[in-house]
Design a protein around this ligand. Structure first.
Ligand SMILES: [Zn+2]
Length: 324
């Protein structure tokens, strides 16, 4: 049997055919046509799935269901995307639309939750039952796994890890609050702090790397400058690790996970950032949960959401089986 797993990102739309062991048999990836609205994106998704079923080696009878990861907020019971700023969707009945199209079970969950579930099933978290997974990109997403299951909270809104406060009177965050971890340690947070320091007059090779066009600064440029030994770039990454470390300490003291997994595009900075995070957490290990915590990079990277979406369908079918 197989599962169709979908990851609707603000940048890329990924669809994969996954077997029950979590092996990706085939995958499709295309830029998400976000600016054209939800109908076009859903049509893109349907066409890829149809194509896959027509050209592939499997027929509909071999498909257990379709698992979809999408930015939230959303309702996992109704499968309605309530209001997602990353895609500009409001009250989109995603589950119903896809179910009516394919007559297969469809499940929808937050992309951060599914990345955590994927890591928990086949990635960095496969040996543990309790973990927190942070996804560092344009925003900071994440998911919490407790007793092997996603922690959804009362309204599917748990796991908004990027909005933990790390600086009470700090920078304004996209959510409207001040001092959220996301305002400092997301991609735009890193870029903004770098530009601010350069405008303050700090000299750095970053200005050379972008030919004095500050709008060209990205976290990748900061990382390249850091590995060349640039002092400002290294300070920015140290500060990023510090803010992430502060946020992680709170999460760890509240949830007592065995593992914290760092994923997403920004995590590709690897050891440099990871070591700064670990240093900050080590400084703050006053309570038992923090003394025991292990912080590791993601193992599934871009596939974590797809693998999690496949696991979600397996769990659904398993639960249905045990209910009857
Ligand atoms: Zn926020």
């Amino acid at each position: 049997m197989y599962i169709i797993a979908v990851d609707i990102g603000g940048t890329n739309l990924r669809v994969a055919l996954v077997d029950t062991s979590g092996k990706i048999i085939e995958r499709w990836e295309t830029p998400t046509r976000v600016s054209e609205g939800e109908k076009i994106v859903i049509r893109q998704m349907i066409e890829i799935i149809r194509d896959m079923l027509e050209k592939g080696k499997v027929d509909v009878g071999q498909i257990m269901g379709i698992g979809i990861g999408c930015p939230g907020p959303l309702d996992t019971k109704t499968g309605v995307i309530i209001d997602t700023p990353n895609l500009g969707w409001k009250n989109v009945a995603l589950k119903d639309t896809i179910e009516q199209e394919f007559h297969l079970p469809v499940c929808v969950d937050n992309d951060g939750n599914l990345a955590a579930l994927g890591e928990s099933w086949l990635g960095a978290g496969r040996e543990v039952n309790h973990l927190v997974c942070l996804t560092l990109g344009t925003g900071i997403g994440g998911g919490i796994i407790i007793n092997g299951e996603i922690l959804h909270g009362a309204n599917d809104a748990a796991g908004e890890l990027g909005h933990i406060i790390v600086e009470p009177n700090g920078l304004r965050c996209g959510c409207g609050n001040y001092g959220c971890m996301e305002a400092y340690a997301s991609g735009p947070g890193i870029t903004k702090r770098t530009i601010f320091s350069i405008k303050e007059g700090i000299t750095t090779i970053i200005t050379e790397l972008v030919q004095n066009q500050l709008e060209k600064i990205t976290p990748l440029v900061v990382y390249q400058a850091a590995i060349k030994g640039d002092e400002l770039a290294n300070d920015i990454l140290k500060e990023t690790g510090r803010y992430l470390g502060i946020g992680i300490v709170s999460l760890v003291n509240v949830l007592n996970p065995q593992l914290v997994i760092i994923g997403g595009r920004i995590a590709q900075m690897g050891e440099i950032l990871l070591n700064h995070i670990k240093d900050e957490v080590t400084k703050r290990t006053h309570l038992e949960p923090c003394r025991r915590i292990t912080i590791v990079p993601s193992q599934l990277s871009d596939d974590a959401g797809i693998i999690g979406a496949a696991k979600m369908i397996q769990n659904l079918i398993y639960h249905r089986g045990t209910e009857t």
